[in-house]
Design a protein around this ligand. Structure first.
Ligand code: PDD
Length: 283
């Protein structure tokens, strides 16, 4: 029986009931976080809490419990007996239940808070051999910096990639590559590491931030600058980053084989350093 967190209580997941008036249900009016448990610790939980607070602030959702996220996440790991394995914790806050209006309900409306945890098995095949990704027009809104639960453009785009045997859909807006449907993307061109700068066009990924730090520590030349779609032929290496994929090589971008079609050396180097940091924290 899976135990989930719902509005202050840990209860069996299938006992949760949510009002049809919940603004998460009616308007996708809510935000979320996904944090990863590595057998004994959460990776960079501090950044997840910071981003959670920012998302709440940007959407003006009045919930002052964001600092509870680490303890709720730890309790979910313990209650679901996931302690000795890898796991994910999903955390969501919506503006709560209120009569459906396009203006916000009274600030006293109680937000709906939900979290659950599940055992996670990394996709080692993709990590080792790399993935093929689709390229598609970015049909999302212009506040992609908010980790909103309104993900329909992401899911319909990813579904197309999935149906075509690809592991991610990478978006292009006005000729510039932004990010994936659920990941950030990095490129190696002429020995320099490129990724889209933080802006309203992309989510500021926590893995992205840590990969940039690692690359800097490795002395890699970095440019936080969007890559034009028409420069794909100059891309020697690429990789996506997110909490579950960590650093996953991309070997084919929209039908274009990158480099020699294998995970590239800079990607491998960054991935090794990322793995080494996880091992070091595990102790
Ligand atoms: N997605 N960009 C988008 C659009 C994302 O949805 C995500 C994460 C990222 C990477 O963020 P991070 O490195 O903090 O995981 C970038 C999560 C994993 C999800 O929706 O399940």
């Amino acid at each position: 029986m899976e135990t989930a967190y719902f509005n202050g209580k840990f209860i069996p997941k299938d006992e949760i009931s949510i009002s049809p008036d919940d603004r998460g249900f009616l308007f996708a009016d809510g935000i979320y976080e996904v944090a990863r448990w590595y057998e004994s610790f959460f990776y960079d939980m501090t950044s997840h809490v910071t981003r959670l607070k920012r998302s709440l602030r940007e959407l003006r959702i009045n919930w002052d419990g964001a600092d509870l996220f680490p303890s709720i996440a730890n309790d979910l790991i313990r209650l679901n007996k996931l302690g000795s394995q890898q796991a994910m914790v999903y955390f969501q806050v919506t503006r709560g239940a209120a009569v459906r209006t396009h203006y916000f309900p009274s600030p006293e409306t109680t937000p709906t808070v939900y979290a659950n945890a599940w055992g996670f098995v990394p996709d080692n095949q993709s990590l080792e051999s790399g993935i093929k990704v689709m390229l598609k027009e970015d049909i999302r809104w212009s506040r992609c910096d908010i980790k909103s639960i309104a993900l329909l453009p992401n899911t319909i785009s990813f579904q197309e990639a999935f149906e075509n045997g690809m592991k991610e859909c990478i978006f292009v807006r006005n000729g510039l590559i932004t990010e994936g449907s659920h990941s950030n993307i990095f490129f190696v061109i002429d020995g320099t590491l490129f990724t889209h700068p933080e802006s309203n066009q992309v989510l500021s990924g926590i893995t992205r931030k840590n990969v940039l730090r690692i690359a800097q520590e490795l002395g890699i030349k970095i440019r936080e600058e969007a890559v034009q779609e028409n420069r794909i032929r100059f891309i020697r290496e690429a990789f996506i980053t997110n909490t579950s994929a960590e650093v996953t090589p991309v070997i084919d971008l929209g039908g274009n084989t990158l480099g020699d079609g294998l995970p590239g050396p800079m990607t491998r180097l960054i991935r090794e350093k990322f793995d080494a940091e996880i091992k070091a924290i595990k102790g």
